[in-house]
Design a protein around this ligand. Structure first.
Ligand code: ADP
Ligand code: MG
Length: 253
């Protein structure tokens, strides 16, 4: 089976600063991978590479069997054009710490935006699907609310619905609950848990250890731009083999 994400020796530098120093990992279709690690360890940079927001400096990264940044013809690699990158990015949903909803559009309007303008769906079809997605994230009654009228947790659930409207093969979450008041974290994690149960392939950067323990198939602990250890939640969270992992867990648990 083709991996949904496969990284081999992925490196990324910004000038002299080497942020990713040889990342190896794999995520199979339908799996949930939680990425943990201290601030500055390169987690966001890795997600941004997967989503074509950063180029890889060295090594190879495949998403759904396609080499990121390149089109392969026989033995030859050709760099992707902007339009081809945009095409590939459509298959990947990303949810950030900040919700980034369009403030001038209602919840349903936010969700309809890309299906109408990128996929060319009719407004009627996009609206019907958007309402179904709002129902799925528990916000059927907020279709006509503007972002400013919604709590942070509600906005983040709209952001998830908006990503799902593009029918992604893969969802990336970069600390989706870090900006939320504690009492709003659970409602967002519940939506993510449902999504995982429905078989969505997900890579989630999070400090929510309960979520990682219950939902992740694999947990990857990164530090200093490398994968220190990876395995099942029981292995990495329950029986960490490396001192750096133990020190990190002692701080977040
Ligand atoms: P994490 O998400 O694990 O906290 P990041 O991937 O955001 O880590 O950042 C890793 C390191 O890369 C940090 O030292 C950060 O300052 C640096 N970095 C990230 N993006 C850029 C950029 N565009 N230019 C320069 N340095 C960057
Ligand atoms: Mg980050």
């Amino acid at each position: 089976m083709t991996a949904m994400i496969k990284a081999e020796g992925v490196r990324k530098s910004f000038g002299q600063l080497e942020v990713l120093r040889g990342i190896d990992l794999q995520v199979a279709p339908g799996e949930v991978c939680c990425l943990l690690g201290p601030s500055g360890s390169g987690k966001s940079t890795f997600l941004r590479c997967v989503n074509h927001l950063e180029s890889v400096s060295a090594g190879r990264l495949w998403v759904d069997g396609q080499l990121v940044g390149y089109r392969q013809r026989g033995d030859k690699l050709h760099e992707l054009r902007e339009s081809e990158i945009a095409q590939r990015r459509r298959d990947i949903g990303m949810v950030f710490q900040r919700f980034n909803l369009f403030p001038h559009l209602t919840a349903v309007g936010n969700i309809m935006e890309a299906p109408v303008h990128v996929l060319g769906e009719s407004r009627a079809e996009a609206r019907q699907r958007a309402l179904a997605l709002l129902e799925r994230v528990g916000l059927a009654d907020k279709a006509d609310a503007y972002p400013a009228m919604l709590s942070g947790g509600q906005q983040q659930r709209v952001a998830i619905a908006r990503a799902l409207a593009m029918r992604p093969k893969l969802m990336l979450f970069d600390e989706p609950t870090s900006a939320l008041d504690p009492e709003l974290v659970g409602e967002v994690l519940d939506v993510m848990r449902d999504l995982a149960a429905e078989g969505m392939t997900m890579m989630v950067v999070t400090h929510e250890m309960g979520f990682a323990r219950e939902v992740a198939d694999t947990v990857v602990f990164m530090d200093g731009g490398v994968v220190v250890e990876a395995g099942t939640p029981a292995q990495v969270l329950g029986d960490p083999q490396h001192e750096r992992t133990r020190a990190f867990l002692a701080k977040v648990l």
